[in-house]
Design a protein around this ligand. Sequence first.
Ligand code: F6R
Ligand code: MG
Ligand code: MG
Length: 373
Amino acid sequence: MSNKTTISLIKCDVGSLAGHHIVPKILLEIAERNLKKARENGSLNSFYVFNVGDDLQLLMTHEKGESNPEIHKLAWETLQEAANKALKMKLYGAGQDLLKTAFSGNVRGMGPGVAEMEIEERGSDPIVVFAADKTSAGAFNYPLFRIFADPMNTAGLVIDPNMAGGFKFEVIDTIENKKVVLKCPEETYELIALIGTVQRYMISRVWRARDDLICATGSVTRLSQIAGKYVGKDDPVVIIRAQHGLPAVGEILAPFLHCYLVEGWMRGSHWGPIMPVGLKDAKCTLFDGPPRMVALGIQVANGEIAADDDGKPMVADLFDDPAFDLARREALEQASTLRRMGEFEPARLGPEEMEYTTLQQILDKLKERFTSA
Ligand code: F6R
Ligand code: MG
Ligand code: MG
């Protein structure tokens, strides 16, 4: 036990209602029940259960540090129980992300997505939690760059002396399984060169350069590499600390004034516009999308998500706001442009990134009929 607070966000597609649309209430309630019990017996300090599309999200705070076996076991058993219920009800894709069956102390690498951050609480610690459905962790490269490295987005990089030293980014090469730390502004071009390749390089952590204060951490996994085959997109989550020498909540949200394109969407095989939405609209419909993202604002105080008098965690649904109507409209316009192209690139991902493909079968079938051109 330390006097530090850990924020753990562990998420998983345990099965959903009507295809890959939403986590039904009955599964959210299983998670609520389990985490409430864990809170009562002292394993957890606080929690908030929600869903983004077909992903069940367990946001938890405790004092046990990152990768703690007790916390991971709690999450694993909760996700398992929800998946078992989904299986019984024949909900769709039940347990699709629970790739390994024997728990060995850490859910990382077993299917669920994990973002964890151990912090020494400041006087006040505002946190923004982002969660997305129908896309991969590379979807956060662009906004994380804008937030922590782009002075045209984050005024504080220019006018707050506490941020003037810049930020350090840990980038994972998900193919080679290697990582590198790059410091901005000095290595901005190198950073962009890597993270512009969103399918391979993904930002996993960000620190303030002058004192190595942890500022952001994301779930970087490639389910397909764990399973060795298509198993859905990773539907990533990111935790970001805000204010007082870090980007303000408004600077963290500023990149979402406009929509941008991410990989994922239908069958994990298309480029699609990311749509910032409130929790009530965090459900994928059109062409299994468009990919959606929520942003939840919390205050972490004395090891807990700050709660109201009834003990209910206070959560600000930040994208549930007309300020993001423009991005939502752009998302539909871009969706319309892309869908008009059907299965022609660049609407469809390149063959090496497609999660479903019949290309090999088609080539095999036509093998005899190909002649020299
Ligand atoms: C994307 C996703 C969905 C499915 C699609 C087909 O991550 O999960 O778009 O790929 O609905 O699903 P199946 O093959 O299960 O019918
Ligand atoms: Mg699913
Ligand atoms: Mg999903």
